[in-house]
Design a protein. Structure first.
Length: 76
């Protein structure tokens, strides 16, 4: 089950609190303390290809889009 599926089901069970509580007890993804899924892009939420240097916390695709606005220069 992906994170998006999990969020969709919790929206559907919003009106049934007993079933929602039981669903969350057994199916909620656990909080991560380390690994790739802890570092997410602040702009889009992607997990992979993370640029965390200098406290940027963006994926490489978002970094390419926002690099000039942040103050980086392209040297070629």
């Amino acid at each position: 089950m992906t994170a998006s599926d999990w969020k969709k089901i919790t929206k559907q069970l919003k009106n049934k609190p007993a079933k929602l509580k039981r669903f969350l007890k057994h199916n909620k993804p656990k909080e991560r303390k380390f690994g790739t899924s802890v570092k997410k892009c602040e702009n889009c939420g992607r997990i992979g290809a993370h640029v965390g240097q200098y406290g940027i916390n963006l994926c490489r695709q978002c970094f390419r889009q926002l690099a000039e606005q942040i103050g980086f220069k392209k040297y070629s």
